[in-house]
Write a protein that binds this ligand. Structure first.
Ligand code: BTN
Length: 281
């Protein structure tokens, strides 16, 4: 690891681990204070959201987890911890890959994606975030936020089943090599002020709104009960973290992260599984 960052209590780099989220959780459990950071070149049991697996070839991705003790945010705002990780990584990815500001979007809740007119889906996933929280609302609250970024992953090595739904910073910058160490440094530099802000009660609601790709788009929401309503995403709620959607009759409702299995963008009449990057494979 190249950076020494004051807000980190512990940082370790691993060649290969089952999951960096598990490493960091065990550190928090044994009493390591926030913020602790585990980075791995490779994971043998990487996890994605909704029980999916997360696989990336060694050297192609930046894989890391951060451990927080977010006693400074009320339980209904713990989602902001994962949001600052996604926002800091979007900022860092644009800088390190030389992308125009605002090119990296968030697909609610925390996927980092790019618009992709070359595919029917219209969007490809660059990174995914997995937040796991314990003890929300207690003095012992712990949050592990893991992020996997497709960094220096050339298109020729994309798994065929994901080739239409994923991309990497390298491909987004038309083949410019992306150094994972540089990306990590840029990310930590951007995370620190966002974290200090959160500790002081501030969150960049405007920046979070601006990055959302779903706003104004048709989405199909896969609900845990098997229903999949077609709705229009009208925004996000900076207080609850909810996705705001409207049905055909114009009735608005809020969807919280735990209430939704998956959000799919609907483009040109077809559903698009923009977060297939985390599918079991
Ligand atoms: C998603 O499904 O989009 C979330 C993917 C999260 C993957 C990262 S890689 C580092 C950390 N360790 C894991 O096991 N998962 C997260």
């Amino acid at each position: 690891m190249t950076t020494s960052v004051a807000f980190l209590s512990r940082q370790e780099r691993f060649r290969s681990v089952p999951s960096t989220n598990d490493i960091v959780r065990s550190w928090l459990t044994e009493g390591t204070p926030e913020v602790c950071l585990a980075v791995a070149d490779e994971q043998t049991a990487g996890r994605g959201r909704s029980g999916r697996s997360w696989v990336a070839p060694a050297g192609a991705a930046l894989l890391l987890s951060l451990g927080f003790e977010p006693v400074y945010v009320p339980p209904e705002r713990v989602w902001r911890v994962a949001a600052i990780v996604a926002l800091a990584m979007a900022d860092a990815g644009e800088e390190v890959a030389g992308l125009p500001m605002g090119m990296l979007k968030l697909k609610w809740p925390n996927d980092i994606v790019v618009n992709a007119p070359d595919v029917e889906a219209g969007v490809r996933k660059v990174a995914g975030v997995l937040g796991e929280t314990e003890g929300a609302g207690t003095a012992g609250v712990k949050a592990v936020v893991g992020i996997g970024v497709n960094a220096d992953w050339p298109r020729e090595r994309f798994p065929s089943e994901l080739a239409d739904t994923m991309t990497s910073l390298r491909e987004a910058s038309r083949g410019r090599p992306v150094d994972a160490g540089e990306l990590l440094d840029a990310f930590l530099t951007r995370l620190e002020p966002r974290l200090l802000g959160l500790r002081d009660g501030h969150f960049d609601v405007a920046g979070w709104h601006d990055r959302q790709i779903t706003t104004g788009r048709q989405v199909r929401i896969d609900m845990p009960d098997g229903t999949a309503p077609l709705l229009r995403a009208v925004g996000v709620d900076g207080a609850s973290g909810a996705l705001l959607v409207e049905d055909a009759a114009g009735a608005e409702r809020e969807l919280l992260v735990g209430e939704v299995a998956q959000v799919r963008l609907v483009t040109g009449g077809r559903d698009t599984r923009a977060d297939l990057r985390g599918v079991t494979r």
